[in-house]
Design a protein around this ligand. Sequence first.
Ligand code: PLP
Length: 432
Amino acid sequence: MPFNPQALSLNRTIQSANPAVYELLSRRGKAIYFPKLGILSQSAEAVGKTINATIGTALEDTGAPMVLGSLASLVNLKRTDGFSYAPSSGRPEIRSSWKRMMLTKNPSLQGKTFSLPVVTSALTHGLSMAGYLFIEERDSIISPDYYWENYDLVFGNAHGGRIDTFPTFTENLRFNVGALHDKLLRAPAGKKAVILNFPNNPTGYTVTESEAYGVRAALVEAAEAGNSIAVLIDDSYFGLVYEQGVLRESMFALLADAHERILAVKLDGPTKEDYVWGFRVGFVTFAIKNGTAELYNALGAKLAGAIRGNISNASNISQSLLLQAYAGTSYDAEKEEKYRTLERRYRKIREVIAAHPEYGNYFHPLPFNSGYFMCIRIVSGKAEAIRRTLLDKYSTGTISQNDVLRLAFSSTPLAMIETLFENCYHAAKECA
Ligand SMILES: Cc1ncc(COP(=O)(O)O)c(C=O)c1O
């Protein structure tokens, strides 16, 4: 199918701004565009006219959005903010708020160029849209071997890609920068995709600052060797770091100006950061060394086009509620309180493990320092058998993945943490 002239125009902009970014686009990424002509432009031209018969929403004779009283009474927002469509790329106010907040959370982004975030229907959708733009049938996505299992559906089933793993940890239980380096440099130079997720699901690990710079150096070396690399940075659990010396900023801030052949794609959002799992709002932001406004706008237009053809737009009511919370004076303190709750559980786990050396006969914790989860690696016996025993005999639910059990302290009350580990110990002993 020949490309639409609007796609060709975006492609020319991207190609002339940075040919490596153009090379990173999948065929669908090259073909997509946000339609400026047609319904959207004709509707825009009709704004303010006495009669506007262009709009595909229903209005009262007064011009207000039609709303059912039973729903209006539940929603304390202007009708347009609660019930109307949001733009495909998201409400302008939340996009600029989120960008401002990104700078506060990642001070080293100061002075670096990055795009205005585009709103997605939360991170899963953002990941899928990144797959749409950058992942071709049979492309590999390099990832640590502990990764969120949904990546298989997002990148494999939806886009025909393949997660190509390296061991997450070295034998000394450090992040395996060397293995990432080898994956990047052993294959012939060309287009590469990498996914990084810190704090990680399932391990609850975030790289230390020095490991983070090691990751950056490996990527830069690979770019210098002629690779063009899309680095997808899944920041779902951003901000939930509980130890010193661990990377507090996003890898995105380190990679934003790393190399003209490294495109950093940040996937983040309020789902976990603001405890609004069902709101379905997330963001995708691009950065590359010497990125221009034209390049970012063209990538944003392609992303908005992919969103328009996929979900049309993300929840407006959720964006409105978040905007109000971000403008409120108690927002920071409320977040801090939730962080402290999770941190207390994290510290309790450290305490419990330190107090029970006998647990080491049956399981060892994988490195963890952040996020919602930690994993225990089973010494002997099957993790799945232990999981079943925990369910059946100890009324305790966990997730088994290969040789580890993932324990979510995000959902375990502080007072139950000791019992959770005691139960794991007994179940592991019985299954050994
Ligand atoms: C690593 C990771 N990425 C993405 C997501 C999805 O987040 P969302 O609910 O915003 O789609 C999750 C949720 O569990 C996750 O653990």
